[in-house]
Every structure is written in C-alpha cells, then in structure tokens.
Write a protein that binds this ligand. Structure first.
Ligand SMILES: Cc1cc2nc3c(=O)[nH]c(=O)nc-3n(C[C@H](O)[C@H](O)[C@H](O)COP(=O)(O)O)c2cc1C
Length: 549
C-alpha cells in the first residue's frame, strides 16, 4: 500500500486497508452505522444543545435549530469509540498514528479555493450571528466557537495550528483565548510588537485528525498540518484565503478569515469551562476581526462539546508521550490508560512486564511527562481500563512506605485548581507515583488467582437454555467395596504425584464425584491423607508432605 495515497493505514489492523479519512461530514454515516450518532429533527432551542449532548450516549446531529438554517453536530469526539471510528482504527491505535505522524510528517498540499464554498460573506456582509454558535455552561461568557482549528504564520517559525476558543462579541468580532503561553500567543505578541494584525484562518468543522494534531503541543516551528498529514497518511489540503494572507483547510465546513488585532491582552472575557471540568476565571485576551465567512454547500456547524470533546483528544497525545518515555527508560509496557477521570491529562495507569526495580523506573519516566501528575504502575495481568482491577492491584500489591513516590516542586499545569495561588510567579506542583507491581521480595505464590473449574468449557447460557452443554448423569452410587478400590487407586496416584481435588475429579471422573468424595473420606479417616506445601493431596509421611512451618 502507498502511504501517501491514504490507502495504507497507520494504526489499521493487520490485513485491513484504511480508507481515506475524509472530512467531518464523511464521519457522519460511519458514526450513524455504528449507532454512535443520532439525528434530532424536532425544533431545538440553541440553548438546549449542550445539555442534550451531555445526556446523550451518542453524538447528536440537530437538523432543526430554531432561528438558524444550518444543522449542528456535537459530541463527535465524546468517547473512545467515536474517536476510534473517526480515525478509522481502535482508540488505542490513535497514539501510534500520532507517533507515525511525528516521525513521518507529510507536508500539506495547496489546492485552489475555487468552488469550495457556496456562501461567502465578506466585508460588511460578515455576520457571525448567522452561525449557530451555542453557549455551553451557565457561567460562560457567551456563545463560544470551540471547534476552530486556527492556522497562523510567523516569519521565524513558519506555520502553526492550534485550537483556541473564540467568544462571539459582535457581527464581525470575537475574542481569542490565548492567555496561556502557547505558540499562537508568541506569534501574536510578535505581531503586536510590530503593531500589526496577525492573519489567521479559523477552520470550523474539520476532521478530528486535524483537531488532534492541532491540540498536540508541538514546539514552535513544527507545522501541525504536516503532523495531521502524517497521521492521515495523505497530505491535508489547504487553500488560500481571499482577504488575509494565510491558508485554510479545504474541507472545513466553515472558514472564518480573520486577523488578531494588535490590541494586546487588554479585553476581559470569559469565563470559560475548562478541560478540568471546572469553570475558569476571567481572562484578558486580544480581539479578532472576522473579514470573511466561507461556508460549504449545506454546511454543518460543529459545536465541539465542552469539556469532554476537549478532554478526549488529549488521551492519545499523552499516551504517546508516556509510551515514548517508557521506551527510553527501557521498561517493557503492555498497556496504557490515560484516564478520563484524570481529564486525559493528569493520570496514567501503565501495565508493564517488570524487571526488578522497573516499577520505580516507570514512575520516574512517566512523571517526567509535562502535566502528568499521578501515575500508577501495574503488572501486565491487570486490566488498566478496569478501575476495580487497578484498585485491587493497589490494595493487594502496595506497601505505601516503599511503593508511593512523591516529588515536590515539579512543573505544574497552572489550571490545576488544587494549587495554592502564588501571585507573580508560576506555582509548582507535587507529583505522585504508585508502584502497584508485585513486590520483588514477596513470594510469588501469594498472588495466585482463583480460577473456576471448567471456566473455559462450561457456559451459563447452556445451563440456562437447552444447548449441548448439559451435564452427564452421575455414575450410580457404589458400595463400600468399590469405594475402597477407588481409594486404592487414589493412594497409588498421589503416592507418585500430589494432586488437587479438581485433578483427582478429572482422573477418576467416571466414578462420579460422590464416590470420589467417599474414597477420599476413607483416606482421611485412615489418617493416610496429607497435603504438600501447595495444598495438593499427598500421603502422610511421604517426601511431599508439608511440615508445620
Ligand atoms: C477543544 C479545545 C479547546 C481548546 N481551547 C484552548 C483555548 O481556549 N486556549 C488555549 O490556550 N488552548 C486551548 N486548547 C489547547 C491548545 O489547542 C493546545 O494547547 C495547542 O497545543 C496550542 O497550540 P500552540 O502551542 O501551537 O499554539 C484547546 C484544545 C482543544 C482540544
């Protein structure tokens, strides 16, 4: 398969060909076919969208939003399953796509803008209020554009893409939340120093590949659209804007051609619901002038749902960072869960095949990932996606004085609400790792699990229904002589090799369990039966017999 054609599949399962990922609207039939998207055709008040998405087990496509003439899609990336469907692979494989994109970026290709858009509002015709931009939380600063992939250019660093929220102010003005020290802020600060506006394209309704790549915190100078191309296995198509000197993503549903005005960080705005699932405070941000709105034919407005659609795309990003540092640390990792409970930023559970000391090495490596605050390391028999299993490992394999590592004064994510405010300086954070791997110096047999007899063969469905799995009629009850003969046979068997009751029931199953129990009862009564140190039946006084210890 040819990577550049998009037919080969970074992350596709062996033997499976990956389709070209396409754009946002191409995901709709796939999500619908998988039962992961429902259409709401009843008239809907735009203020009700956020709560309806929050209550829904699927993405929602609102086809009749009162007062607007375009449909609204929301919740596309709200779960592992949906992100996997969008990316054409299992969720767990998205991080491999990302790593492949980083290792083999594919530069975007330029296409003509002609014919891409049916409606173009320019100059005085620009009217942001024509777009169905919803509010999310009750404390939000107002209707907020959340799905804008924003492309900007800087002489020194080249192209940059990121996702930043834009609060709608008037028919051609928004704010832009670049309060944190990200690359776009750096570009805007440089433009401000020149007293020039910074041209940007705001691409609303792109494929999640572009959203994930833009969310990735790449160093300045890394073109996230080339990363998205590497993830897709095909170049992202860009076309030139008409009113500003910057490209837009050709298959975006809606494009806002715009400039960040050289007003500086002088306007209050917000509040914003954050990925922490909490309300952030007021921010001071620049303003953005919208110079043109371009819409595809029958555009779909993507109301990226806050905070969950903000949270999920970070999962593969941190997973790839954790995998990279564990690889560098020489730790063999078998599974990673960057947990949604930790907002897909702060918590990771990693399963490893540990060599002695690897539990601690894994903690040190994982906590080196920026933002990673609490990590738990488990053995490979623990299901990192099962909270109960992970907690069980912590309960049964951890001695807190030896297995909990706490590091003070590490770099923080300032949005962490538990940090004590430090006016005038960036606060530091404490980080914690729990080594829940089986301790090296504790006997391994203490961790032997309970396995139910015949678990592989005997199925509840057969027992409840009338399948083939009906039990065999037990052998008829036997007399004392036969029991004595069976006891002789058991004696001979365990004289050579100690056996568990289950093994004996397999060996002498034809006699039936009642007869077997009676025969063992005879050996108990005669005092001949003992147990070896694993608990198997052996003969009293034999070489296998366990001693009082
Ligand atoms: C849905 C969504 C909304 C986001 N909103 C913001 C935002 O308002 N402000 C911000 O600084 N970062 C926001 N981010 C995170 C940035 O997109 C991310 O940090 C990105 O790497 C910044 O890129 P840059 O450093 O290249 O500028 C958001 C991410 C997502 C997925």
């Amino acid at each position: 398969m040819d990577e550049a054609s998009g037919n080969s599949a970074p992350g596709a399962k062996a033997g499976q060909t990956r389709r070209n990922l396409g754009g946002l609207r191409d995901i709709v039939p796939d999500l619908e076919a998988a039962g992961e998207l429902r259409r709401i055709t009843k008239p809907i008040d735009i203020r009700h969208i956020a709560t309806l998405v929050d209550q829904s087990e699927t993405a929602l496509l609102f086809t009749n939003v009162l007062g607007y003439d375009m449909p609204v899609i929301s919740g596309v990336m709200n779960s592992r399953e949906r992100l996997g469907i969008a990316m054409g692979c299992d969720f767990a494989e998205i991080e491999a796509q990302l790593r492949r994109g980083l290792a083999n970026p594919i530069a975007p290709e330029t296409v003509s803008a002609d014919g891409l858009h049916d409606v173009i509002m320019e100059g005085d015709d620009v009217d942001l209020f024509a777009l169905p931009v919803p509010i999310f939380g009750t404390l939000d600063g107002g209707p907020m554009i959340t799905a804008g992939v924003i492309i900007a250019h800087d002489e020194e660093f080249g192209y940059n893409a990121g996702v930043y929220r834009l609060l709608v102010k008037d028919r051609n003005t928004t704010g832009i939340d670049i309060v944190t020290p990200n690359n776009l802020r750096k570009f805007a600060e440089k433009a401000l120093a020149r007293n020039e506006p910074l041209p940007i394209s705001i691409n609303i309704g792109t494929h999640p590949a572009e959203l994930i790549a833009s969310t990735f915190k790449a160093a300045a100078g890394v073109d996230e659209m080339a990363l998205a191309g590497g993830m897709r296995g095909a170049p992202v198509q860009l076309a030139p804007c008409n009113t500003v000197d910057i490209p837009f993503i050709a298959d975006s549903e809606i494009v806002l051609e715009a400039e960040i005005l050289p007003t500086g960080w002088t306007k209050p705005e917000g509040r914003f619901g954050e990925f922490t699932r909490l309300m952030g405070g007021l921010h001071w941000n620049p303003h953005v002038r919208i110079k043109s709105i371009r819409c595809r034919a029958k555009p779909i407005y993507y109301a990226l749902h806050m905070p969950w659609e903000n949270i999920w795309p970070s999962g593969p990003i941190y997973e790839s960072a954790v995998r990279r540092v564990l690889h560098e640390a020489g730790v063999q990792v078998t599974a990673i869960n960057v947990t949604p409970g930790g907002c897909c930023h702060w918590h990771t559970v990693a399963a490893i095949k540990p060599l002695p000391g690897d539990g601690k090495n894994a903690i040190m490596a994982m906590l080196s990932v920026a933002d990673m605050k609490h990590v738990t390391v488990v053995d490979e028999d623990i299901d990192v996606f099962d909270h109960m299993d992970v907690e069980w490992a912590v309960a049964t394999r951890v001695q807190a004085d030896k297995d909990v590592v706490i590091i003070s004064g590490a770099r923080s994510k300032p949005l962490d609400p538990s940090l004590v405010p430090t006016p005038g300086r960036i606060p530091t954070t404490a980080k914690m790792g729990i080594d829940a791997t089986i301790p090296d110096d504790v006997p391994r047999e203490r961790f032997e699990r309970i396995y139910y007899a015949y678990a592989d063969d005997i199925k509840l469905a057969d027992a409840l229904g009338d399948g083939d799995g009906a039990a065999k009629e037990p052998a008829p009850l036997v007399g004392n002589n036969e029991v004595t003969a069976l006891a002789d046979e058991i004696r001979t068997a365990i004289c050579e090799t100690p056996q568990y009751f289950f093994d004996l029931s397999e060996m002498f199953g034809d006699a039936g369990v009642p007869a077997l129990s009676r025969a063992l009862g005879q050996l108990h009564e005669s005092g001949e039966l003992w147990q070896d140190k694993l608990g198997r039946f052996c003969l009293t006084g034999s070489e296998f017999a366990a001693e009082l210890g």
